[in-house]
Design a protein around this ligand. Structure first.
Ligand SMILES: Nc1ncnc2c1ncn2[C@@H]1O[C@H](COP(=O)(O)OP(=O)(O)O)[C@@H](O)[C@H]1O
Ligand SMILES: Cc1ncc(COP(=O)(O)O)c(N)n1
Ligand SMILES: [Mg+2]
Length: 493
């Protein structure tokens, strides 16, 4: 599990501070840890009181974590006192191999309350900011740091340059407090990158800065580049603001978990629109693809000569197989394109769905219905960029975490396994029915069980938790394809 540490203040109403950071990292697939620097008595209406945690306790929290855990990213938010800033600096100095550090130099809350004591600004600028891989001031904070007014995009550009001179590796000034579109400016000493999104007419923006910086940190922890981290985080915070809701009488929070809930506040990962079936329903052969019955998903066996393979696939199609995946290993791209084209045409004759394993480029070239991506392949979001909407993107998942990740990224179906020891894939780990049940709870999208499935090992607990079975050897290594398919179909009923 990738993890992130937030060093920040507690916001009792949960929209900003440590609470926003933990929610944001969690919603972005990163395990969140926290070092609390101060506790605020805060509501949507303002900050009513601040009590700082002692320097000693701040250091202890940091030290015990680093003694024990490899931290993938640090995010630093509100640190209100000079002593607290210096305590963090001392702890950071003792850590070898520091991970990337995102600093959100929190100075005032949305309602205009000071979160940084007057004498702490110098310590923040001189001692802490130089540690930053990225620093993310809002307009007011950038003005405080540079002592210049910022009113235009040009002013923002001047300010990022000035702040970069203080020692961070990159600076992002957030334009939330300006008028017009929400424009943020990133500068890494080489080039300016502008991130622009429409301004959302929603007053519930409590915690947007904390949310943005934590999302950037989470993305960095996952190994994304700086620009990619900011771009995706900007997308995330924009959506979180869009779904921001009224809570209390003041400035309400953004919705950190908007991806997982519908407008009625119900948890929706499971109830998400079933894109796989939609895609097939839009497909001209929808009547042929009976969505109610369980399916055999045939994956081609790369150990066979292609001519023999084609004949066997044809027999399988004649026996009613409705989904075929082309899986090849150690073949030239040229040959793979040619073979994929033949199989695509064959599937077309039988009104079957044709999927290409691993290779998004080949799926695109032969206009397959989609692609199947394993854990080592291109990310689902990247494949989507290439293939566009309207294509099936299947993903392999070996456990609940991978399944959730794949579904959140937009997988249209899951291949989960290995259920049994397989003849066509070594080094596979067996997956228990319990795990299968957990995965089933995550999504309504189709789940195909995979790994060593034969006509003899489909039992009721397996049947209840899958929508179909993906097979290779069972069909390609039998001497009676017709019978085997009949038996598997019987066992799936
Ligand atoms: N009303 C809004 N609509 C869209 N984006 C916004 C809005 N308000 C803030 N943002 C964006 O939210 C992020 C946080 O910025 P900002 O609100 O300026 O920070 P802070 O919360 O620290 O004051 C930035 O990416 C900013 O552009
Ligand atoms: C404890 C704490 N930390 C930070 C903020 C800043 O919030 P914003 O993200 O709106 O700038 C806050 N209001 N409270
Ligand atoms: Mg802020």
């Amino acid at each position: 599990m990738i993890n992130g540490l937030t060093i920040a203040g507690s916001d009792s109403c949960g929209g900003a501070g440590i609470q926003a950071d933990i929610k944001t990292m969690s919603a972005n697939g990163v395990f969140a840890m926290s070092v609390i620097t101060a506790v605020t008595a805060q509501s949507t209406q303002g900050v009513f009181s601040i009590e700082d945690i002692s320097s000693n306790m701040i250091k202890k929290q940091i030290n015990v974590i680093f003694d024990d855990i490899d931290v993938n990213v640090i995010k630093i938010g509100m640190v209100s006192k000079k002593e607290s800033i210096n305590a963090i600096v001392e702890s950071l100095r003792e850590i070898r191999n520091l991970p990337p550090i995102v600093i959100d130099p929190v100075m005032v809350s949305k309602n205009g309350f000071n979160l940084l004591s007057k004498d702490a600004k110098d310590a923040l600028i001189t001692n802490l900011i130089p540690f930053a891989t990225l620093i993310t001031p809002n307009i007011l904070e950038a003005e405080e740091i540079t002592n210049e007014r910022i009113l235009t995009l040009d002013d923002m550009k001047k300010a990022v340059e000035a702040i970069l001179n203080l020692g961070p590796k990159a600076v992002l000034i957030k334009g939330g407090h300006l008028k017009g579109d929400a424009i943020d400016v990133l500068y890494d000493g080489i080039e300016f990158t502008i991130f622009e999104k429409e301004r959302i007419e929603n007053d519930n923006t409590h915690g947007t800065g904390c949310t943005l910086s934590s999302a950037i940190a989470a993305n960095m922890a996952k190994g994304m580049s700086l620009k990619e981290s900011v771009a995706l985080a900007k997308e995330y915070v924009t959506n979180a603001i869009k779904h921001g809701f009224t809570l209390g009488k003041g400035i309400g929070p953004t919705h950190h978990f908007y991806k997982f809930y519908n407008n009625q506040g119900e948890f929706i990962v499971k109830k998400e629109k079933n894109k796989f079936y939609d895609l097939i329903e839009n497909h001209k052969n929808k009547d042929e693809f009976d969505l109610k019955s369980k399916k055999i998903y045939l994956i081609t066996d790369y150990r066979l000569d292609f001519d023999i393979l084609v004949e066997k696939v044809r027999i399988a199609l004649e026996c009613g197989i409705k989904i075929v995946q082309y899986r090849a290993k150690e073949k030239s791209t040229k040959d793979m394109c040619a073979e994929a084209r033949v199989l695509k045409q064959l599937c077309h004759e039988y009104n079957a769905i044709f999927i290409v394993n691993d290779r998004v480029d080949i799926a695109l070239v032969v206009d397959a219905h989609g692609v199947h991506l394993g854990r080592e392949d291109m990310k689902i979001s990247e494949a989507k960029k290439i293939l566009g909407e309207g294509k099936i993107i299947g993903a392999t998942a070996h456990n609940e975490k991978e399944a959730l990740e794949a579904i959140s990224e937009g997988a249209t179906y899951l291949g989960v396994g290995a259920l049994y020891k397989s003849k066509s894939k070594s080094n596979t780990v067996n997956l228990s029915i319990k795990t299968l049940q957990k995965i089933k709870k995550i999504t309504d999208n189709p789940i195909f069980g995979i790994g060593g499935i034969t006509e003899n090992n489909i039992n009721s607990s397996l049947r209840e938790n899958i929508d179909g079975v993906a097979v290779i050897s069972a069909i390609f290594q039998t001497n009676n394809i017709k019978n085997t398919i009949k038996e598997i179909n019987e066992n799936l009923k």
